[in-house]
Design a protein. Sequence first.
Length: 247
Amino acid sequence: MKKVSLVILVSIFSVFRGFTQNLVGEVEYRYKIFYDKIYASQSFISEQEKDRIMLSWNNKDGYSTRMKLQFWPEKSLYTYGEDYEVRSYSWRKDDMIISNNLKERSLLKLVESLGKTYVIQDVLTPPKWKVMNELREIQGHMCMKAITEDTLKDQKIVAWFAADIPVPTGPEELHGLPGLILGYDVNDGMLIVEAEKITFGEPAEEIKFPKKLKGKEVNQAEYDALVAEFKKTAVKAERSWVWEIRY
C-alpha cells in the first residue's frame, strides 16, 4: 500500500514539475493565409474585382508569415518573427505588437490598420470559448479543441490548446483557455496558424515596444467601431476589407 502511494506521489510530482518547467518560453508560429478562399467567400465583391484579385493572389499553398509569442505565467508578448525567405528588396512589415498582461488583465496593442497606427489599451477580455471533446498533437503536445466566434469579423475560430503548458494565452489576442494555444483555424482554413517550434526557458531577447509609442490612442470599443464602419463602407462599395484590417 505504501509502495502504491509512493508511486502516485512520484507521478504527481513529475506532472507538477513538468508544468512548472513549461511556464516560460517562446513559440514560433506559421501564420498562413489563403486570400483566394477569403475573396471567394465575400459575396459582396463585384465579379470584376474578384477576378482581378484572384488573378494576383490565387495561391493554393497560401501566403506564410512567421510569428513569435513569448510567454510567462503573468504575461505574453506577440509580434512578427524572422522572414521565411531572404529577399533582395526591402519589405516593410506593418506595426504589430501585442501584450496580454494576464496578472493585471490589461491589453496593450500597437497595430497598423485602416491606414494608420493605433495604440490600443484596455481591459483584457477573453473570448467566449466552448471546449470540445477532441484531441490532436502539435509539436509533441496533446492539445484539446475549443471554439469561439468573432462577430466583428464574421469569423469562426477553432483553437487547440496544450494543458501541459498551463499558461492561458496564445497568438494575437486569443487567450483564456487552461493551456497555451498552439494552433488555430479561422473559417475552415481561410487562415491557419500553427506552432512550428517551442523553446522553454527565458527568451534570449524579450520583445520590446518602441520607447515612445506613436499612434492614435483608442480603447478596444473605439477601435472596433472604426473597424465596423470601415467594413460597412467596403461592403457598400463592393470591395474587400481584408487589405486594411488584419484577418
